[in-house]
Design a binder for this molecule. Sequence first.
Ligand SMILES: NC(=O)c1ccc[n+]([C@@H]2O[C@H](COP(=O)([O-])OP(=O)(O)OC[C@H]3O[C@@H](n4cnc5c(N)ncnc54)[C@H](O)[C@@H]3O)[C@@H](O)[C@H]2O)c1
Length: 297
Amino acid sequence: MRALVTGGAGFIGGHLVEKLVERDWDVIVFDNFERASLETLRTLPSEAELRRIDIRDPEAMKRYAGDVDVIFHLAALTDVVESEVKKDEYWNVNVVGTENVLKIAKDVGAKLVFTSSAAVYGELNNVAREDLKPNPISFYGVTKLECEKLCMRYYEEYGIDIVVLRLFNVFGERAQGGVVKIFLERAREGKPLIIYGDGEAVRDFIYVGDVVDALIKAALSGKASGRILNIASGKPTRVRELAEAVVKETGVKIIYESERRWEIKFSLADISLAKKLLNWNPKIYLIDWIRSSLRSS
Ligand SMILES: NC(=O)c1ccc[n+]([C@@H]2O[C@H](COP(=O)([O-])OP(=O)(O)OC[C@H]3O[C@@H](n4cnc5c(N)ncnc54)[C@H](O)[C@@H]3O)[C@@H](O)[C@H]2O)c1
């Protein structure tokens, strides 16, 4: 199998490339490296072909895509706060870039797996099922929702085999951001953990290895075509609980500061559809991973 991974030099993309190469796939990466992780670049397997290509440049993509069976489209700008001030750039990379990638999938007849985000739901009152009406509160979420619509249009109009995965909060080795990485880094430096708000905000954290597993299953399964699937643990974790798990291992303090804008207070997924259609199950639980990660460092 030959795969194209856009954003393959980023956090999740790097883990995906590693796993695909391990499984003997031929892998080509398109990344402009602007937000690539240095740690990921250092660990990317040499068997993968790396191309400095911007997804806003359709000609360059066409030149190098070749005969790929599957396109994993992960390249995106992902900072929720930044998305509010750089709307044009976020629109161009996330939405126009995704349409460029969809056109390549159409031209070469490849299957496409797209990574959307829980940000499309916005503020939730209850567990999110995929049929809930999306209501993004950030511009980042707006762009991801637009991408989902484009994916569904290409699926319906051109019969491209597409699966959309709505990822919740992804954690794991070589993460580039997110509360888990920040707490671990501060704790390792003996600094207090900062909680914005009262710490009661609920998140659904999913391990990067479990996400990679879902991405590959989505590529190989015929059952999820044209579907949107939540990829999460299905387990609620309060930010305070996460902080307390870190404190228990390291003894650092917690500081509370005022709540930030764009922060969602409740985010939790129903993952029964992904479990059923992909025959997928998350295996690593956040608090266990935190413990073992702090004990091994
Ligand atoms: N990490 C999470 O918690 C999370 C949650 C939900 C959804 N997602 C989605 O998963 C995907 C991967 O996320 P990540 O955490 O690995 O992000 P990341 O920022 O670590 O990686 C994104 C990669 O895309 C590349 N990129 C950005 N703009 C590009 C462009 N114009 N052309 C080519 N390459 C470009 C960057 O250089 C980077 O290597 C994204 O689509 C993101 O929206 C991530």
